[in-house]
Design a protein around this ligand. Structure first.
Ligand code: ADP
Ligand code: ZN
Ligand code: ZN
Length: 684
């Protein structure tokens, strides 16, 4: 027997697997081994065992080590699928399913032996110790060792869990409503579903019950959530109901915590994995259910290579394992709306209506706040204000010569951040001093245009006497900053939460009565076919945050495109109407879900090589039923010129294969050696 091993290198040039002799330690598909590769030693994953190799036996090298933890064979196969599906390499895909680095922390536990205590002479302290067993030995180790010598106790080393901290709420068992019961009956029968229900309609309760019945069948569960910091309540509710059976896999875990949670899942000690997109690779055996909460959330798309979409990977993993798939949202994606059978929760559990939404026309207005918004904010005790733009003002220009301040690395305007007193590029992180005068003509008249969260925060602080909490990437960078800020806002008797789209995600603040969206069409101005979908979701999600308590609520939407279909539909809470219109538009334009998009970006320091490489890719990327668009220039980013080719695929598989081989050929061609390539299947 021999082992076929995929070495984990990042280059695209090596493609395995390669044959190795079997080491002494047992290996199976999914074993992680250390192999000599050329002159270096690399980790590799065993992807197959075979009877023989084409290589002569004496040339087969033996792996030097086998790691104790292995990847489940199911995940090895999933990674291989992912490598093809996202035009990546097996090594890169496999690196996403590897056991995390680390080793177990052994702790000493003491437990009773079966030797009776009758007739033993024991002090009160010893009796007390014995009564408390089994327990961690801790500082009683000496006393316990003495009891061990008398045969009353055994002390042994066990892997301890470095438990991630979380705020565990009390579980509230509830009687399911008729709609919840219907949804659960459907899920029981198996298959994939979209659970469509407004915020507060009881979707999480459906997830919890579907998970409970999977556990009863002896199956495991994965629950995907957008970002743990923004959805602490969902995690807590799973922990409250299922206790230690829940493993939380989140990016802020320490290495030891992450290792322990992975191992608890791999050993079957924990049966429910909760986490953001990478939790789709959790080593859960006998998978029975995958839940995708807030399935519209953009964070499910991974921006590294492979650029996987956790929602698609979840669907594929469910298909391969026979697990049920339950994707839930108040604002589902057009793809899911068309592709999955719907389960509906039509009303909020507490019977409260969604708040009325009023659209305020900002055309011709020069101030960032409409007078009606000012009045409503002054009257509300607790409110949320969304503005999808960080900083003080979006761009600076000279009133005399027209110079605009741009990033030297990227062709985009620099944003003023007054607190740090810098101009910053939001794409590459470049920073420079705020100009006192125009360096082109010397004029002192440098104008600041537009308002971001920082400036609006300043204005609101002047105008209102409630505390203002700002939540955006500038205030949320420190670990735990987000949850702390949200907890402070939650606890405050009065306050205003202001920020970027982060403020519209899953929080549940019952005493918020007013929601405001400033510049609602900012997301519409992106040249992107998902602009409508994003705008609708943002407004509808914010509306879901307001008026959850007995005092009700209302929502104001400021926009200079009051007639845009996305804004209009959101103001009527008309999700199905919006999606029907959006699907018709996409069908006419051949956008997803009516065609698959594949995007190739070629990057180089000068424009010419990137353009030439993109032209070569475009010429070779066609396939039957595919439409190839481009090359088209993109704005310069991080000092690199960019050209993109977009393929609209009629048939997904052959189209991906054609693009992958076109890129591979171009990448190998010496003529394009200065060019970097990035392939994105299903770009967001
Ligand atoms: P969603 O996930 O759709 O926002 P939740 O599941 O969080 O909705 O439910 C909102 C609130 O209603 C929660 O406090 C939950 O405990 C409660 N709830 C859910 N289902 C029921 C039910 N059948 N009866 C009573 N309360 C319920
Ligand atoms: Zn000037
Ligand atoms: Zn830049």
């Amino acid at each position: 027997m021999i082992a076929r091993v995929e070495p984990l290198t990042t280059t695209r040039r090596l493609s395995g697997p390669f044959d190795y002799a079997l080491p002494e330690a047992p290996v199976e598909v999914g074993s992680v081994v250390r192999v000599a590769f050329g002159r270096q030693a690399l980790d590799g994953v065993v992807v197959a065992l075979a009877d023989s190799s084409e290589l002569p036996a004496e040339r087969l090298v033996v792996p030097s080590a086998v790691r104790e933890e292995s990847v489940p064979a199911e995940l090895v196969a999933l990674a291989q699928w992912m490598a093809r599906e996202y035009a990546s390499t097996p090594a890169r895909a496999l690196s996403l399913v590897l056991p995390p680095p680390g080793r177990p922390r052994m702790r000493l536990w003491a437990q009773r032996t079966d030797r009776p205590l009758d007739g033993e002479r024991l002090t009160d302290h010893q009796r007390e110790l014995l009564a408390g067993l089994p327990a961690l030995a801790g500082d009683q180790l000496g006393a316990l060792r003495r009891l061990e010598r008398r045969g009353l106790v055994t002390v042994l080393a066990r892997a301890g869990r470095r438990a991630p901290l979380s705020r565990v709420l009390a579980d509230r068992p509830v009687e399911p409503t008729a709609e919840q019961r219907q949804a659960l009956t459907a899920v029981e029968e198996g298959g994939s579903y979209l659970l469509h229900g407004v915020t507060g309609s009881g979707k999480t309760e459906v997830y919890l019950r579907a998970a409970a019945s999977a556990l009863e069948r002896g199956e495991g569960v994965i629950v995907l959530v957008p970002e743990i910091a923004l959805t602490p309540q969902t995690v807590s509710r799973f922990q409250a109901r299922f206790g230690d059976t829940v493993a939380v896999l989140h990016s802020a875990l320490s290495e030891g915590e992450r290792y322990d949670e992975w191992r608890r899942l791999r050993s079957g000690e924990a049966r429910i994995a909760v986490g953001p997109r990478s939790a789709v690779f959790a080593p859960v055996a006998d998978l029975g259910l995958i839940v995708v909460d807030e399935e519209h959330d953009a964070s499910y798309k991974h921006e590294g290579d492979p650029r996987y979409d956790a929602r698609r990977v979840a669907a594929e993993r469910a298909r391969r394992t026979g697990a049920r798939l339950l994707a839930g949202s108040a604002t589902p994606r057009p793809e899911s709306w068309r592709g999955l059978p719907h389960l509906r929760l039509t009303e909020r559990v507490n019977g409260r209506r969604l708040p009325p939404v009023k659209v305020l026309d900002m055309r011709g207005s020069r101030h960032p706040l409409h007078p009606e918004t000012r009045g409503a904010l002054a009257a509300a005790r607790k409110s949320i204000v969304l503005l999808n733009r960080r900083g003080w003002s979006n761009f600076l220009s000279c009133r005399d010569c027209g110079k605009a301040w741009e990033c030297p690395q990227c062709d985009v305007a620099l944003v003023l951040h007054r607190a740090q007193d810098v101009l910053a590029c939001h794409h590459c992180g470049h920073r420079e001093a705020v100009p006192g005068r125009c360096d082109a003509c010397g004029s002192l008249a440098v104008a600041r245009h537009g308002a971001g969260t920082e400036r609006v925060e300043h204005e609101l602080r002047e105008a209102l006497d409630v505390p203002v909490f700002r939540l955006d990437a500038d205030t949320a960078s420190a670990k735990d900053a987000v949850s702390e800020l949200l907890a402070r806002f939650d606890a405050a008797p009065a306050g205003l939460l202001l920020g970027t789209q982060m403020v519209a995600k899953g929080h549940d603040f019952p005493d918020v009565t007013l929601g405001v969206v400033l510049d609602a069409d900012s997301t519409l101005r992106f040249p992107d076919f998902r602009a409508e979908e994003r705008t609708f979701a943002l407004i509808a999600q914010l509306a879901g945050r307001a008026g959850r308590g007995p005092r009700g609520g209302s929502v104001l939407v400021q926009t200079s495109s009051p007639d845009a279909p996305a804004i209009e539909a959101a103001s009527r809470h008309d999700t199905s109407g919006f999606l029907a219109g959006e699907l018709a538009r996409r069908e006419a334009l051949r956008y997803p879900p009516f065609a698959d998009l594949i995007r190739v970006v070629c990057l180089s320091a000068d424009a010419a090589p990137a353009r030439a490489a993109a032209a070569a890719v475009a010429a070779a990327a066609g396939a039957e039923g595919s439409e190839v668009l481009g090359p088209a220039p993109l704005f310069r980013l991080r000092g690199r010129e960019r050209f993109q080719v977009v393929v609209k695929a009629g048939r997904r598989e052959p189209a991906i294969a054609a693009v992958a081989s076109a890129v591979e050929r171009a990448a190998r061609d010496r003529a394009h050696r200065q060019v970097a390539f990035s392939v994105d299947v299903d770009p967001q």
